[in-house]
Design a protein around this ligand. Sequence first.
Ligand SMILES: [Zn+2]
Length: 369
Amino acid sequence: MSDAAPPVLHLTGPILVDETHELSEAWVHDGRIHHERPDLPASTEVRRIDGAVVPGLADLHCHLGIGDGGGGISLAEARAQALTDRDTGVLLIRDAGSIIDNSPLQQQDDLPRLIRCGRHLARTRRYLIGYADEVEPEDLPRAVAREAGRSDGWVKLVGDWIDRPVGDLSPCWDADTFTAAAQAAHDHGARITAHTFAEQTLPLLLDAGFDCLEHATGLTADTIARAADADVPVVTTLVNVDAFETYARQGEKKFPTYSAHMRRLREQRFERTRDALDAGVKLLTGTDAGGVLSHGIIHDELDELATAGLTATEILTAAAWEPRRFLNVPGLEDGAPADLLVVPRDPREDHRALRDLTHVVLRGSVVVG
Ligand SMILES: [Zn+2]
């Protein structure tokens, strides 16, 4: 690595600070974004970059350290996953559970910012084999407390899964256990989120005080209203929900009720997403890459949101602005760390402009472009 300071960047905008606030220019200096031209010696090298500027995109549900097809991978391979994401414009990741300890990636300045959930917690034999720490209800609060201590303030619980004797999705825990899990997370200063597909699980999670919902394919008019009221956001993962057809086909013979249920959830996905947003539920983008889906698919998720009827600005809210507010990570405000993207066209007119990145700036350095 060179010791030379990176050049000062002069961004000519528009700089899309948030939904209602835009600037005509900004500067990047000393790793931070400046709304006013900084005081610089005359000899300072200034590089001018033209184009619309947005905060780095966020993926609130992916897995760094789980290989395609499942199983833990090496740290070097997890790094490659993070680089793949970065080069598509994802500069903020909330890892939704990893088999390996991926915390060393947080020391690597050329990788996206990473907020870890630690390891998934699941009920014994009620999740993909080998992914989660599998526990029984009496041990769950202790496991939650442990992950709260190991992670970056987030715990991830698998809330429902196929119940083979029943032949359908069902909640993995009863109401008291969900409540005890949320309590344990909050007592240890963490927030807690849950993987949930089924309709029945959502009232239990909302009653228990969960802070976030993953997938949430089972949202109904009632639970949409409740999530909006409690300001509990939904991480979309629509690319993953599209793959429900594969699960449905795999389970068809042995579990026909489950298969039909998965197909129904898939069919409703766009309408449910749009209804949730219309009712005031905050949507946050997630890809669920790592494990089944490959990394680098954030733009496919944005396309799915467009299919659900979100406008380009609503997509930017879900992918860039809202996740940063939710995770308390700065965006493009004056003095914030410069994690930003430059695109040639205004992405508020067409979200697909985000695919045409000309520059990716991470911690004030141009890493792409
Ligand atoms: Zn996942």
